[in-house]
Design a protein around this ligand. Structure first.
Ligand SMILES: CC(C)(COP(=O)(O)OP(=O)(O)OC[C@H]1O[C@@H](n2cnc3c(N)ncnc32)[C@H](O)[C@@H]1OP(=O)(O)O)[C@@H](O)C(=O)NCCC(=O)NCCS
Length: 179
């Protein structure tokens, strides 16, 4: 009886890695899940922040982002579509406006922007602020960050003051909305 020999020199080509699906689900509100970050998520969230404006132009490294986010860990809500991190938002009970919750960061993965994800992530922030028994939520934004300013206006935020950033000395809009 003859046995077929398998040539040990021939290697099977690895299965191609599937690219992430480009399309987003129709019902984003139902599809996006929010969690507190795991340690593994923290690395991914830091990479997201470091590669995104306004931090990218400020020269913030992933290590800087990780340090800054480590301070905010209990306030981070990570947005996931299945296992993929698509954005995050931070909500603290106190911030620059007395009595108002504070949204310090909101980021959507660059290639998924302008598809409604930011609005879903913001809704989570509003829920979190309501859960803290706040009636108002505030944020600071660089007036030159036009996409963010438009996004916040569309979501009902109005400018309540113009302030000077202690860190950079640059002007920031202080915006807020009722919850
Ligand atoms: C701000 C940000 C979170 C918005 O996320 P997004 O997923 O693009 O937002 P959405 O698709 O839900 O947009 C909701 C609305 O915001 C407005 N908007 C969003 N991006 C905009 C842009 N680039 N230009 C003008 N308006 C914009 C629109 O009115 C939009 O409504 P429409 O789709 O009906 O026109 C996203 O641009 C981002 O991650 N930016 C980088 C990080 C940042 O600057 N964060 C804010 C400072 S911490």
């Amino acid at each position: 009886m003859t046995m077929k020999q398998v040539d040990p020199g021939v290697e099977m080509a690895p299965a191609p890695v599937l690219e992430a699906a480009v399309g987003l689900p129709n019902d984003l509100t139902a599809a996006v899940k929010f969690t507190l970050p795991t340690d593994e998520d923290m690395t991914a969230v830091a990479a997201l922040r470091a590669s995104s404006e306004p931090w990218k132009s400020r020269g913030e490294t992933q290590e800087d982002s990780l340090k800054a986010l480590a301070q905010l860990k209990p306030y981070i809500h990570v947005a996931k579509l299945q296992t993929q991190i698509v954005g995050y938002v931070t909500v603290e009970r106190d911030g620059p406006v007395p009595g108002a919750a504070y949204l310090r960061n909101i980021v959507v993965k660059q290639e998924l922007r302008k598809k409604g994800l930011g609005a879903v992530v913001l809704e989570q922030a509003l829920r979190a602020a309501r859960d803290m028994y706040r009636k108002t939520i505030a944020l600071r934004v660089d007036p030159s960050n036009a996409p963010a300013v438009s996004f916040y206006r569309k979501a009902g935020f109005t400018t309540v003051a113009t302030v000077v950033s202690k860190k950079s000395g640059k002007l920031r809009l202080l915006m807020s909305r009722e919850l």
